[in-house]
Design a protein around this ligand. Structure first.
Ligand code: PMP
Length: 357
């Protein structure tokens, strides 16, 4: 039986992308070779890479002057590549959780780091607002969706300095005004593809401004000049990214998936708000459309988390155990998650209430 996959990442991918990837593993385009066996310097792969870049630009309306890169190393590598390439004196970070903190830790190796705003005072349950952004920063770094705490920026903020965003867990889930950002990055393994490839969208004119020497592999300019082919790129993950982007285009692109994401999130949050056994952990207006975090309500707080996790598991649902820093439950409902699976979870929560409330 196919499971309802609520994992936070690596996570659910469009079925058609997985099927096409499986076919390409056996034989790519009928050429008698597996996608796993071909050189990245072949026409067959260059077509895949070019189309993936073109679709990314098209679907996100990426303006002229930006490069799209597919690299290795995960979003975690970007935590150090960003300051390596952009931090001369001082950078600002908005501290919205674990991933933001990890990015800050790396940046401190390269210069001064100012915490411009933080939501740590209430266990990262909201997105900070109403703070002033100093104009003497080399850049301001934000995490647009906080995978662990289930909070998300709903709009693109205005920044007087170069804006850098970790969009690992909400890229392509809503339209983004890319022109407001200098650099956007993320691991692919939520909305874009399997683990093993990292996307970077960078405005070319912000590069080459720092005085330090940068090793070739960590210098964005190397990868811009090499078209993500300076060294062997993650061939197979990029293939799956291309398939995922084709699927996204086929269902109507980012505005269409945003509408679906809003509907799915509403179904689930409505149930959390209605069901006396559960309560959401994120402040309402900052609730993530991607990672829905909830715990037992006060009245049921002594119940074991495993009770509901196992109850859901028996009904084919996996990946709903919350991160230990929040506890409770987390349902990740990325782009590829069908509405039927969200409805199945809601039905499961109702059944659980009937049995235990
Ligand atoms: N940033 C965010 C928002 C994430 O959710 C994650 C992974 N869950 C990371 C960064 C780290 O990504 P990676 O494992 O690709 O280094």
């Amino acid at each position: 039986m196919k499971k309802h996959n609520f994992s936070a990442g690596p996570s659910i991918l469009p079925r058609v992308a997985v099927e096409n990837a499986a076919k390409a593993v056996l034989d790519l385009n009928g050429i008698g070779l597996s996608v796993l066996e071909i050189s990245h310097r072949t026409k067959d792969f260059e077509e895949v890479l070019d189309e993936a870049v073109a679709l990314f630009k098209e679907l996100l309306h990426i303006p002229e002057g930006y490069s799209v890169l597919f690299l290795g190393g995960g979003a975690s590598m970007q935590f150090c590549m960003v300051p390596f390439n952009l931090l001369e004196k001082k950078a600002g970070y908005i501290n919205t959780g674990v991933w933001a903190k990890k990015a800050m830790k790396e940046a401190k190796l390269f210069g001064e780091v100012e915490t411009v705003a933080s939501s740590e005072d209430r266990n990262f349950s909201y997105i900070p607002k109403g703070y002033a952004i100093p104009s003497d920063l080399d850049y301001l770094h934000i995490t647009t969706n906080n995978t662990i705490f289930g909070t998300e920026y709903k709009t693109d903020i205005d920044s007087p300095v170069t804006l850098v965003a970790d969009m690992s867990s909400d890229i392509l889930s809503r339209p983004v005004d890319v022109s407001k950002y200098g650099l956007i990055y993320g691991g692919a393994q939520k909305n874009l593809g399997p683990a093993g490839v990292t996307f970077v969208i960078v405005r070319d004119d912000i590069l080459g401004k720092v005085s330090r020497a940068i090793p070739s592999m960590l210098d964005y300019r190397t990868h811009v000049a090499g078209g993500s082919m300076f060294n062997t790129p993650p061939v197979f993950p990029i293939y799956v990214v291309r398939e995922t982007l084709r699927w996204l285009k086929s269902i109507g692109g980012v505005p269409a998936v945003q509408k679906l994401n809003e509907e799915k999130a509403a179904i689930l949050y409505d149930e959390i708000d209605r069901n006396p056994m559960f309560v959401g952990t994120a402040q309402r207006e900052d609730r993530s459309l991607m990672n829905v975090c909830f715990v037992y309500s006060d009245e049921y707080k002594d119940m074991d988390t495993a009770e509901f996790v196992n109850f859901a598991k028996e009904r084919g649902m996996v990946g709903i155990k919350g991160h230990r820093l929040v506890g409770g439950f987390r349902a990740s409902i990325y782009n590829a998650m069908p509405k039927e699976s969200v409805q199945a979870l809601v039905d499961c929560m109702r059944e659980f209430e009937k049995q235990y409330a």
